[in-house]
Design a binder for this molecule. Structure first.
Ligand SMILES: Cc1cc2nc3c(=O)[nH]c(=O)nc-3n(C[C@H](O)[C@H](O)[C@H](O)COP(=O)(O)OP(=O)(O)OC[C@H]3O[C@@H](n4cnc5c(N)ncnc54)[C@H](O)[C@@H]3O)c2cc1C
Length: 603
């Protein structure tokens, strides 16, 4: 049975990938006919509940952030982890908790909230996103499964989709947003690379009335990651009463131990006193589920009239909490690429290659970083051989400097051209993590502190335009290519490029950047933040070989404190939290006093 209507775009799957891609397309071109096919009836449970701030920027762009905020999910400020050198816990915050103010909810996507993320009950979150896509005019069909992908003979084009209803539907473009099913990926014969040593298994359940380990301001908290000798726990409050709690361990360990999932899950709880305490008065929902084989990277993710989006394209590991972030980023980019293909201004082959490189590199970088995490967790006392194998497979020597060079092989600036990141971690934060993982606490030396002469090195590179996503358009910006590496002259990189074109001396470089920032409309704190981002960009450009660094003892140096998401010990984190609470109490008392004095004035 053939449907009469031809669509512009069909997305297979109504998870975050399908819903966000459809919403993004409709947001910028409401005339497009977009169909989303989802085999389940929403709401349906799904893992992937701990989000990163990057997701919220995409939610805001498609106009759904307010709806998500209205669902009252916990605000995620960061994570508390036992992972690394020893069993001491440490904290990673997206926003310094001591500065996090009490603000009523629902709030707005601005100020401190633009730096935070959510911990979401995916059954509710995914429904909000899918309904939003529908409200923007996308056609959403639930409980309709794509059963067959029709391929044009001898070509890389898709001709149509055969549905569980017996219909055949056709479109100009197809998006595979089917998650692990990878419906289109498989049909197009795209191979997937599976990093052997990242073969883990997760056993998870939901709990009612567990304690939140920490409360920060109004509705704010951190997820908890707790290591065991042979695996780790995630503990993610999803709302006032519901918590997701999962155990992850190597699939090999699970096989060898000969225990059933429920036995291993129970044993892990008994081994972890903090988790035990948090669930002391809680009851499990009795939905224990196991899943495995999630790490993979597709060998290509863009074809003639199709794109792979989200987990269909690839995924690293839950330890980085980055799956939905990668998904949102690729959904946005696939939509932008289609909008640009339709405009017909940019070269179609270039657009496809850009999408393919950008997102495959991002997934690859996450896989590398996840391998590094597993290879260097000293808490895994029963998995030492396994950790050594991961290190061997990755070619990892665990001195931080060597590890850094290995991680740098994939480059740093992929998610947002010009902004250096590693596995969704901001550049300086990633460096701090390496120091946290090193047995002797050795860090990666900062190029800026050990050198004072910096020179652009564009040898053997050629100018190449870089795509920059901006309000529905892919704009062409200046850049350079050297082999696989691309230097995007945009954002913080552009500031550094500007300053290095004028001076080699770090003190004058910083002056040039400051002067340039003073000419903008940025407030003083924003200028300072932009300067620190430029310093992180300079570090990453040295790491990638675009800038050479050397020391001239006759010249001055600068001390770069480096503002990054905060990483510190749990004791320091607790002290910061105490300071925040005291400040908030004082502010509340002050506003209550002002309210009562103004009401007495009215009397
Ligand atoms: C153990 C584990 C823990 C994780 N934890 C986190 C975390 O804390 N944070 C995080 O960000 N990410 C996490 N992730 C990753 C996250 O779950 C995924 O990255 C994210 O869900 C991918 O979104 P998606 O839209 O690509 O796919 P999905 O969310 O899987 O959506 C795909 C949709 O496609 C539908 N579908 C499939 N086949 C068909 C078909 N033939 N026809 C029609 N519809 C179809 C499915 O029903 C589904 O609704 C975790 C992953 C694992 C394995």
């Amino acid at each position: 049975m053939e449907t009469n209507r031809g669509y512009d775009v069909i997305a297979i799957g109504g998870g975050p990938g399908g819903a966000l891609a459809a919403a993004m397309l409709k947001r910028y071109d409401p005339s497009l006919n977009v169909l989303v096919l989802e085999k389940e009836r929403f709401p349906r449970d799904h893992i992937g509940e701990s989000l990163l701030p990057g997701v919220c920027h995409v939610l805001n762009e498609v106009g759904v952030w307010d709806k998500v905020e209205a669902a009252d999910f916990p605000v995620k400020l960061g994570a508390s982890l036992t992972w690394g050198r020893n069993a001491d816990s440490w904290e990673f915050d997206f926003y310094p908790v001591e500065d996090y103010r009490d603000e009523p909810r629902p709030g707005k996507f601005a100020g401190q909230r633009a730096a935070t993320a959510f911990q979401v009950d995916r059954s509710i979150f995914d429904s909000i996103l899918l309904d939003h896509a529908q409200s923007l005019g996308a056609e959403v069909r639930q409980e309709v499964q794509v059963e067959k992908v029709l391929r044009e003979p001898d070509s890389d084009r898709i001709d149509g989709l055969v549905l569980s209803t017996g219909e055949t539907v056709r479109a100009r473009y197809y998006l595979d947003c089917s998650g692990r099913s990878g419906v289109l990926r498989r049909a197009m014969g795209v191979e997937s690379w599976v990093p052997g040593e990242l073969k883990n298994i997760a056993i998870y359940d939901y709990w009612q009335n567990a304690e939140w380990a920490v409360k920060i301001g109004v509705g704010g908290t951190r997820i908890q990651v707790r290591s065991l000798p042979w695996g780790w726990f995630w503990f993610i409050p999803l709302g006032p009463t519901r918590t997701s709690m999962g155990l992850v361990c190597p699939a090999e360990y699970y096989k060898k131990c000969g225990k059933r999932p429920e036995e291993l899950y129970r044993e892990a709880i008994e081994l972890q006193p903090e988790i035990q305490k948090l669930i002391a008065n809680a009851t499990s929902e009795g939905k224990l589920t196991a899943t495995n084989d999630w790490s993979h990277l597709s060998s290509r993710i863009a074809g003639e009239n199709w794109f792979l989006v989200g987990e269909a394209a690839g995924f690293a590991d839950p330890i980085l909490s980055a799956g939905v972030n990668l998904t949102a980023s690729s959904a946005r980019d696939a939509a932008y690429s289609i909008l640009e293909l339709d405009r017909g201004v940019l070269n179609p082959a270039w657009l496809r290659a850009r999408y393919d490189t950008r997102h495959r590199t991002a997934i690859d970088q996450h896989i590398r970083f996840a391998q590094y995490w597993y290879a260097s967790n000293g808490c895994f006392t029963e998995l030492q051989e396994h950790c050594r194998n991961i290190a061997k497979e990755g070619g990892l020597n665990l001195s931080p400097m060597e590890a850094w060079s290995w991680l740098a092989q994939g480059g740093f600036a992929h998610e947002q051209p010009g902004h250096a990141v590693l596995g969704s971690f901001e550049f300086n934060a990633a460096k701090r993590i390496l120091a946290n993982f090193d047995k002797e606490g050795r860090g990666v030396p900062a190029a800026i502190e050990n050198n004072n002469v910096f020179e652009l090195n564009l040898d053997e590179s050629r100018p190449e335009s870089v795509g920059f996503l901006d309000r529905g358009r892919i704009r062409l910006l200046d850049g350079f290519r050297r082999g696989e590496r691309v230097l995007a002259v945009v954002g913080p990189n552009e500031l550094v490029y500007f300053a290095l074109s004028r001076s080699k001396d770090i003190v004058t470089i910083v002056q040039h950047i400051r002067e340039r920032l003073q000419q903008t409309k940025l407030s003083y704190p924003q200028q300072e933040l932009a300067l620190h981002k430029a310093m992180a960009a300079l570090e990453s450009l040295v790491a990638e070989g675009w800038v050479t660094a050397s020391m001239d003892r006759t010249k001055a140096r600068v001390v770069n404190k480096g503002v990054s998401a905060t990483i510190r010990s749990s004791q320091e984190g607790a002290a910061a939290l105490k300071k925040r609470d005291e400040k908030a109490r004082a502010e509340n008392v002050m506003s209550a006093t002002m309210a009562s004095s103004s009401s007495s004035m009215m009397l």
